[in-house]
Structure formats: C-alpha cells, structure tokens
Design a protein around this ligand. Structure first.
Ligand code: A2P
Length: 275
C-alpha cells in the first residue's frame, strides 16, 4: 500500500476480522480519577472511538466512567486493556478489569509484556477470548523471536503487537515481521512520551504545513499504516492529536522522518526491558 492510501484509512482490519480505529487515546500514567474520566470523555466527544488502558495503569474505573459520561454507545468504541503479567491468570484478571470498566467485554486484551517468557499466559488469553471477555487478543512489547515462540504454541494467533514506535523508534524489522504474520503493529508513545516534540527536523517539516510537531509525528504513523495511541490529558491537545487525517506528508518528508530512526531498523520491541 502507498503512503497516501494508508493515510486515508481511519480503521484497520485485524486478522480475526475485527475493526480497530487507527487513532486511540492512550491513558498510561493518567491517575484514576476526574482527570482520567475527563480525558476519556473529551476524546469521545471529539470523535475518538478507541481508548487504550491497562490493568497496570490502575485507571480502568475512570475509563469506564468516561465512556458512560460521554454518552457514546458502547458498541461504537474500541476498548483495549492489558493483562498485568505479574499476576497468574489472564481470565481472572480480565474478569476484574470488566468489573472495574463496567463492561461485559473488551475489544482487545493483550499481554502487557513477556515477563516470565512469551508463551505461559497465552492459553489464558485464548480462554478469555473463548469466554467472550475479549473480542481480540494480542501482545505488547514482544520482539520477533518472542512472536515466533508464541506462534509455535498458540491455537489462536495474536492479532496485535503494541510497541513503542515513532520515527525515532522505526522498528522496521519488527514491523515487517508482524506484517508477514498478519499481526497489526500498534504504536505506543508515538510522541516519544513528549521527547520528540522538540525535534528540529520534525518542527522544520511541520512549519510550512501549518501543523504542529505532534501532528507530524502522528501523521507519520498513519502514513506508515500503523495504528497509534497518543496520550494527553489536555482537551486542546487531545483535539490537536486527532487532526491528522486532513493533511499529508510528502514522500520527502516521510523519508526524512524515517531517517531519524535510532534503532537501526531493529526487530526488537525495546532497547531496554524493565522486567
Ligand atoms: P499531557 O498529557 O500533559 O498533554 P506519548 O503519547 O508519546 O506517550 O506522549 C505523551 C506526552 O506528550 C505527554 O506528556 C503529553 O502531555 C504530551 N502531549 C501529548 N499530545 C501533545 C501535544 N499535542 N502537544 C504537546 N504535548 C503533547
């Protein structure tokens, strides 16, 4: 697919037939409470239809409250949560998540990171899907070798691998391997947790387009065909981050952004693991 064709897509089809909106709101490091409720409600009011939380974030209750406060029907919103792999049982943990969220299923349930190896939790993830607790199942922070190990034992293949991804972390090896296996690579920290916003290159590209550095970084993911979950708790920034489907980066801009990669086109999901 060309950059331009990828840039038109608002929704991506997962290998199991589910549809995931390209843009989601991430709520990592957003404390449970009114700030989180408001961020989720604003995002939904502003047209987001995808929210990404996790058991480890401790804010699923607020995500559920924000969803209900927004008035947007449940079936129009794609909700992701993540299995916290310090726990033992993905089924028991998703039951708790659903209680906190006030929902009867999530759209996507992913293993947050491959603590203790890439395979042990997967039968529980498959069971969570079979029980209807999750429409789709996947992983996060898995590298190419870990995906291969998982595939060798899985009955149901993972459909998503959520990893840190941006022009500075352009993990081409991992992206290519995911595509070959029908796994959608999804970008977390597409702004480099805010660090990449001060990039000279990104700012220089943004200026003549009349766009912000954030919009250029996010649009780069869209044109690479990669769904993304930028995080913000500010209404104006949540709005700004959604204005990325009404302009395009040129091939030269894309190439210049690609060249910012500092991972050497790695197959790895992370440069340093925290587990
Ligand atoms: P805040 O939540 O205070 O708005 P990432 O998505 O890569 O993890 O980046 C998130 C960080 O970037 C947060 O610190 C967030 O701050 C900040 N951020 C998100 N969107 C914007 C934006 N449009 N302009 C400036 N900073 C932003």
């Amino acid at each position: 697919m060309t950059d331009a064709a990828a840039g038109e897509r608002r929704v991506i089809s997962l290998a199991d037939g589910s549809q995931m909106p390209m843009l989601g709101l991430g709520v990592w490091q957003v404390r449970d409470g009114q700030g989180c409720v408001s961020a989720v409600r604003w995002a939904l009011e502003l047209g987001y239809r995808h929210i990404d939380t996790a058991q480890a974030y401790g804010n699923e209750t607020s995500v559920g409250d924000g969803l209900r406060e927004s008035g947007v029907p449940r079936d129009q919103v794609f909700i992701t949560t993540k299995f916290y792999p310090a726990r033992k049982d993905p089924v028991a943990e998703v039951e708790r998540s659903l209680e906190r969220l006030g929902l009867d299923h999530v759209d996507l349930y992913i293993i947050h990171w491959p603590k203790g190896g890439p395979t042990w939790a997967w039968p529980g993830m498959e069971r969570a899907r079979e029980l209807g607790y999750a429409r789709s199942i996947g992983v996060s922070n898995f590298d190419v070798a870990e995906l291969a190990q998982l595939r060798a034992t899985a009955s149901i293949a993972p459909v998503v691998n959520q990893v840190q991804f941006s022009p500075y972390e352009y993990r081409r090896g991992l992206l290519d391997a995911c595509r070959e296996e029908g796994i959608a690579l999804e970008a977390y920290s597409p702004l480099g947790t805010g660090r990449h916003l001060s990039s000279e290159t990104v700012r220089r590209i943004a200026q003549p387009l009349g766009r912000t550095a954030a919009q250029v970084l996010l649009r780069w993911c869209v044109q690479r065909g990669v769904p993304l979950i930028p995080k913000s708790t500010h209404r104006d920034r949540i709005a700004e981050n959604a204005q990325i489907f009404d302009f395009a980066l040129s091939e030269e801009d894309m190439a210049e952004l690609d060249a910012l990669d500092r991972t050497g086109g790695t197959e790895r999901a992370l440069e340093r693991t925290w587990w």
